[in-house]
Design a protein around this ligand. Structure first.
Ligand SMILES: Cc1cc2nc3c(=O)[nH]c(=O)nc-3n(C[C@H](O)[C@H](O)[C@H](O)COP(=O)(O)OP(=O)(O)OC[C@H]3O[C@@H](n4cnc5c(N)ncnc54)[C@H](O)[C@@H]3O)c2cc1C
Length: 316
């Protein structure tokens, strides 16, 4: 089959890999300029900062098999056994940033980046999907596929499915996402925050604070700050300059303004699903469509990975 996978995050890349292994002709389409989706790494000057997922844990044997391959190929490594408190649970990270894992998974894939899908239409006469999309340059892209896997966050999925979205059970349509506001800062000097380099939920503002030098992602002093969900939601729609200024005020509890070289704001509208569906993916009962992503198997990297693998199995 010709299969279109929408989304080059962890879920889409693993779905695409398994579908290719099963002999299908797979095209992955993503609106982003790089692979990884919410496993995102940004460079500011010489600094390297993860600004989406910061670390991952392993709970299942299936995910452990994937992670063992990443470790063996040098794209992931162990980080720590806890942040401020050592709780014994192993945390892993991407080597040189989380996107190294996505780049590894995408190495043999046909990935079309910077291509935003606006519409998915299934023609029941021909049995084909028409994928309507636009490049960043404004060029139209038309793809034809026999089956489609959509791994975008669900609100973005519903936006491109047209009337097919009506076939999706309400229990999936109702899933909402928490946003995350993120401040990235390069610094004039390293500011240690803990032995591991990070603090998880250290106060009433931040859900994660990371010194990227101590983490081992960056040699240039830099920090990543994630704002907890309620505060992120209450400020999300304010003008970016106001939100940026507010976050710069809040980070003074960790760094002095004079220590900051450059700072950038990143807003994740669909950062974390508030709940997840009970199955690993959703397969349309009548047409070749599968929905996958972290809204299906757990709101974290492992869930996204397992859902992508399940989506491929559903079509194979
Ligand atoms: C701030 C933040 C911190 C996090 N921290 C952690 C953590 O520490 N540990 C952990 O395990 N997890 C963490 N997560 C969650 C983790 O990043 C996600 O669970 C996982 O990366 C989701 O992968 P996915 O493939 O399901 O979705 P995504 O990575 O979101 O991939 C979906 C892709 O679809 C693309 N797309 C959407 N709409 C379209 C369209 N119309 N056309 C083309 N492409 C489209 C997007 O560009 C995106 O690349 C964090 C997430 C965020 C945002």
């Amino acid at each position: 089959m010709r299969i279109a996978v929408i989304g080059a995050g962890l879920s889409g890349l693993l779905a695409a890999r398994d579908l290719r292994r099963a002999g299908h002709d797979v095209v992955v389409v993503d609106k982003g300029g790089g692979v990884g989706g919410r496993m995102a790494t940004r460079r500011i000057g010489d600094a390297v900062l993860d600004h989406g997922a910061q670390f991952f844990t392993v709970r299942s044997d299936l995910f452990a098999t994937e992670v063992d391959e990443w470790l063996a190929n040098g794209v992931a490594r162990e980080w720590c056994h806890g942040f401020a408190d050592i709780d014994g649970h192993l945390r892993y990270m991407g080597v040189g940033g989380m996107t190294s894992i996505a780049k590894y998974l995408a190495r043999d894939a046909d990935v079309r980046l910077g291509v935003t899908v606006s519409q998915l239409d299934f023609n029941s006469m021909s049995g084909e999907w028409r994928i309507t999309a636009t490049t960043r340059q404004g060029d139209d892209v038309d793809l034809i596929a026999d089956a489609t896997v959509v791994t975008a966050p669900l609100p973005q999925t519903f936006a491109i499915l047209g009337s097919v979205a009506d076939d999706i059970p309400g229990s999936i349509r109702d899933i909402e996402y928490d946003p995350t506001l993120c401040l990235l800062a390069t610094l004039k000097r390293q500011v240690p925050v803990s032995e591991s380099g990070a603090l998880q939920s250290p106060d009433d503002v931040f859900s994660f604070v990371c010194d990227n030098v101590r983490k081992g992602t960056s040699t240039t002093p830099s920090m990543t700050f994630h704002v907890e969900p309620v505060l992120s939601a209450s400020h999300y729609d304010r003008p970016d300059d106001d939100v940026h200024a507010l976050l710069l005020e809040h980070v003074t509890r960790y760094i002095a303004h004079d220590d900051i070289d450059e700072s950038q704001l990143k807003k994740w509208r669909f950062a974390t699903p508030r709940r997840t569906h009970s199955e690993s993916c959703w397969t349309h009962p009548h047409i070749p469509l599968v929905l996958a992503g972290d809204a299906f198997d757990g709101p974290r990297m492992e869930g996204a990975a397992l859902s992508g693998i399940a989506a491929a199995a559903a079509l194979s």
